[in-house]
Design a protein. Sequence first.
Length: 547
Amino acid sequence: MTESINQIASEFQKFIDDFQPTAGVRSVGVVEEDGDGIAWVSGLSDVRAQELVQFENGIVGTAFNLETDRVGVIIMGEYDQISEGMEVRTTNRITSVPVGEGLVGRVVNAIGQPIDGKGPIRNSGYRPIEVIAPGVIERKDVDQPLQTGIKAIDSMIPIGRGQRELIIGDRQTGKTAIAIDTIINQKGKDVICIYVAIGQKKAGIARTVATLEEYGAMEHTIVVSASAEEPSALQYIAPYAGCAMGEEFMDKGQDALIVYDDLSKHAWSYRELSLLLRRPPGREAYPGDLFYLHSRLLERAARLADHFVIVPPDFKDELAEEKEAVNGQVYVGPLAYDDAKQALEGGVKGKIVKVRGSGGSLTALPIIETLLGDVSAYVPTNVISITDGQIYLENDLFYSGIRPAINAGISVSRVGGDAQLKAMKQVAGQLRLDMAAFRELAAFAQFGSDLDKATQARLDRGRRLREVLKQPQFSPMPIANQIVVIYAATHGYADEIQIADMIEWEENLIVYLESTQASLLQAIVDEKQITDEIEKRLKSALEEFSV
């Protein structure tokens, strides 16, 4: 007992001895006016934009409007506890959030505080919520696929790592379902996912978290919650906070995926803040910088280029760090690989080492809610112009039982086949042609029943393909299974199957292939293309299944 008391006393003494008091200068101001989550403060002469300020009762805010004689502060907390005459201090810290591996599997609020009841978070540091997006030179072509597990998307609207693909449609058409399925499909693929819920009901966010836990997806997911009952300030900063968390993984060389659900409500919260701060309103009462609001967020999604340095021959590879001289050594770089190789050929002594942390990616799936299918409204057109394509969901398709209700005719991925496995590209080309012909013929077929045999065959093939592209929620499909099913449907192996039996046919085909042709499915994954040998084996398996 005495020993433990002495040990505690010695630790306390060591803490006291190590303590170094610090002095700092902070501006102190006074609240002149407050209300609706906004406080007007005078006296903060040297406060910076986006700097955190602290009220005397401990509540924090962000300096948002810097005016000549006062500062407009958005309050990130219970603003009914703020009153006129209250003291406000600067913190010398730009608004930032905790980041790191400790957040994975947790539910946090917009400023990174845990709200899941699982205790404190061990973060590895803090990052500002707003940073400049990577420049053109720092980026790399988007040519690595990010599989969603949804046949209609992976085949016709492929998404690449580092891309920004918009999911757009009316309410209750399955937008969030696509995003959640994509997150579930990243299990075991070394992709960290961030789901940012903006302006949703708490019950809806709780259901989403429960779904992710049920399918084992919370193990690689961070949920950032800014529910409808929270102040507009927290709803406004939530997507930037989530993006900062994702950038931490990207800068370490990892792949990350972030879902903004949804940016329509984010725009509403920004409009509310701007009007309360008396900024001049523009179209639909939104402030004039609405485009910049979302462009500076979505441009932060990128695939970073690999960087290399030329180091002396005795340099240790694991110590290579950009912008840092290790052990007093001087190296050349960072460079692209071809430039580094050219430098060696030009007489520079040393070896090429890849900079640790380069080559990561952050993929963004923003969601926009439209009203009665109006994609020409202010916010939808802005976000469409910023992103690299859109997945458009239609009410009519949803209510007619086609789910996911993706309109493949006007949905597009501007990255295209660059971010697609060659094997999928081989089968998706025929799928696109067949579906395009079906859409064209279906419009004419409703006006008459006298169709020639070839036209009727195309219509029948199209109807079966439409059934194949249907997919139940929370059931992402491995890419090899998708390729085989689409190959079978586009090559006529399902032409004799009744349309009502297509779902059962697909399920039986997958069971058959996984039980008897596992090596064939693995060969497709390994080769990443359908070679002559694989196609021969595939045809043989499909013919055997069809007997």
